[in-house]
Design a protein around this ligand. Sequence first.
Ligand code: ZN
Length: 310
Amino acid sequence: MHEHVFVLDPDVQQNYPAEWGSEDDRVADAVDKLKALSAQGIRSIADPTVIGLGRYIPRIQRIAEQVPELHIIAATGCYTYDQVPFFFFYRGPALSAAAGVDIPDPMVDMFVHDITEGIGDTGVKAAFLKCAIDHQGMTDGVARVMRAVARAHRLTGAPITVHTHPDTQSGLAVRQLLCAEEGVDATRVVLGHSGDSSDVDHLCALADEGFILGMDRFGINVGTTSETRADTVIEMCRRGYADRMVLSHDAACYIDWIDPNVLALMTQWNYLHIHDEVLPYMRARGVTEAQIDTMLVEVPRRYFEHNEAY
Ligand SMILES: [Zn+2]
């Protein structure tokens, strides 16, 4: 429910392409990794790569054609922890004060177009919306993107995934803006990266609001471990919250945000870790096949099937 194929900074890639190297080799590497994932029985991944993360659908199409057994679900939205990208900086609501009238945000039409018409001329439609809030909290830019995502969601019914920072309880700020102010139904929102926290009481409170919790960074052992992440899921299952969680790695075939020498040390951060290591650990500690099925199949199905506008 949260796997990238590539996470890139296109501006850097276009000017310093040496690390990326051969396009053909990168595509072949991605095909190999995604084939290995699908060989585990995974039929679909939701790829929340949007503006700010280097979304480039023609490259994904080239890969998808070679892994027809795997459905790669594309997203639209905008990823920032602070201000909007400069493209949007002097457009839409940024001009409202000077103009003396409310100017609609062009992001809304762009996101709606991606969902209803398709992304560029690729013919690929986005099926969900993505935005982010991190430790900086609800900055003006973060709030602007989140409102645009909320409006595109209400217009199209496409569900939402929010990158959150649970250690600062940013899910509460998401609830205030998305749900209280913009009228978004919490059951149609994944609070991504909830599994970075082991504060089970806080996570249960968000689940009680209706949110789906993304336990979606298995293999990122920064400030935590896979065992700690799994223990949180196990306790949430024990308390009856399997139908409020999804599992994922937030992995990528290649991400240029991290030094390749450091990436090489992150040995559990790959698409296979959950099935190879995490699920056996959970099963040994009382998580049932039915609960695993709920987290991996039923909740994602409910998320994507519940897609009417309102
Ligand atoms: Zn991600």
